[in-house]
Design a protein around this ligand. Structure first.
Ligand SMILES: N[C@@H](Cc1c[nH]c[nH+]1)C(=O)O
Length: 359
């Protein structure tokens, strides 16, 4: 296992390289305001952040990542375009796997650039690929924008689309909801009685929910039950889309085929195609680069476009050595009326050293 000093030294080397590529070095504080920022990460990180209360500052957290504080800083006073780099610890509780670190060093690179998003995606990816050097790694890419587009385009109610959108990050729940909306799941006897107004309960009010909220929820369930089901055809198309997992050229051909029946994904698929060309221009072998439509569905909920990760081929037990993605909407949420397309990624120097030791 590398020592902390070795990891920090490696981090400095990587950050210096990112500075040479034109990035400005920034140092967001370790303590971050939880009340304003924690929700931006989504459910998983919200549950895993170390949060504490401070009588002067309010709820504070140990930074779960750098991207959110960097976006906040850029939107408050950064000039466009901009490139930033940083190195330091992030903190996330591990609830399932005690062998995984709950505190580790990241080195990152973030690009805020309006002109050519495909090329910015390729810039970040190619820079990280180069920084990983000869390490035995394999990259996977994906695109959350394609999934969002398919949900937007479904022929169903806005309420259902909103629910599916929230569950993009919970693949099993997403699948179950979609099947429910397609009428594939039998409605339980209790639910039937509830919708028919035949269900009464004398359970005491113990939670925060009031009678009018319960009534509103029952009414929403009634409206939903009256909506026509999502068609079998759409269900199958979404299923087929989520199965796309192949090298870039083949994956793109499959996406193009699917977009004939799912016209809503046409612009998002065009972005995947543009990115492929931009990656190729930057020397990436796109013929062997994997595209997996499901990739990125369990990570940071601020991603809304390109997503990628690099894993060690010789050490499948290790977490990814580098990950990243595009987060345009996050800049809008923190921008107070402004927004700018943005993409970035991080590397884990500690894992890189561990892998080097194995060589
Ligand atoms: N902040 C992300 C990585 C990233 C940087 N930029 C974009 N994504 C993480 O910690 O997982």
């Amino acid at each position: 296992m590398p020592t902390r000093a070795q990891t920090n030294a490696k981090a400095s080397v990587l950050r210096a390289e990112f500075e040479r590529q034109g990035a400005q070095s920034v140092e967001p504080p370790i303590l971050q305001p939880a009340e304003t920022l924690l929700d931006l990460y989504g459910e998983d990180i919200r549950a895993r952040a170390y949060v504490t209360s401070d009588s002067l500052l309010g709820e504070q957290m140990l930074r779960p990542d750098f991207t959110v504080p960097v976006v906040q800083m850029h939107m408050a006073h950064g000039a466009d375009p901009a490139r930033y780099t940083y190195a330091g610890e992030v903190f996330r509780r591990q609830e399932r796997d005690p062998s995984r670190a709950s505190e580790y060093v990241q080195v990152g690179y973030e690009v805020f650039e309006r002109d050519n998003p495909a090329d910015s995606d390729a810039e970040v990816f190619a820079l990280i690929a180069a920084s990983l050097g000869d390490l035995p790694v394999r990259a996977v890419t994906g695109d959350i924008g394609v999934l969002m587009a398919v949900v937007h385009g479904l022929n169903t109610t806005q309420i259902r689309k909103d629910a599916l959108m929230r569950h993009i990050w919970r693949p099993r729940r997403f699948r179950a909801l979609l099947e429910q909306y397609a009428g594939r799941k039998p409605v339980s006897a209790v639910r039937k009685a509830l919708l028919a107004g035949e269900y009464t309960s004398d359970a005491p009010f113990v939670g925060a929910r009031r009678q009018h909220e319960i009534d509103a929820r029952i009414e929403a369930l009634r409206v939903d039950a009256a909506a026509p089901p999502v068609s079998e055809k759409e269900l199958d198309l979404v299923g087929a889309l989520l199965k796309v997992s192949a090298p870039m050229p083949d994956a793109l051909a499959q996406l193009h085929d699917l977009s004939v029946d799912l016209p809503a994904i046409v612009p998002a698929v065009a972005r995947v195609a543009e990115r492929k060309e931009a990656l190729k221009k930057r020397g990436i072998d796109v013929n062997s680069l994997m595209f997996d439509a499901n990739y990125g569905r369990t990570s940071m909920e601020y991603y809304d476009g390109f997503v990628f990760g690099f894993r060690a081929t010789t050490r499948p037990d290790l977490p990814p050595l580098a990950t990243g993605g595009r987060y345009d909407a996050l800049t809008r949420r923190l921008g107070g009326g402004h927004e700018i397309p943005a993409v970035g990624g991080v590397m884990r120097p500690g894992l890189m050293l561990e892998l080097e030791e194995d060589q």
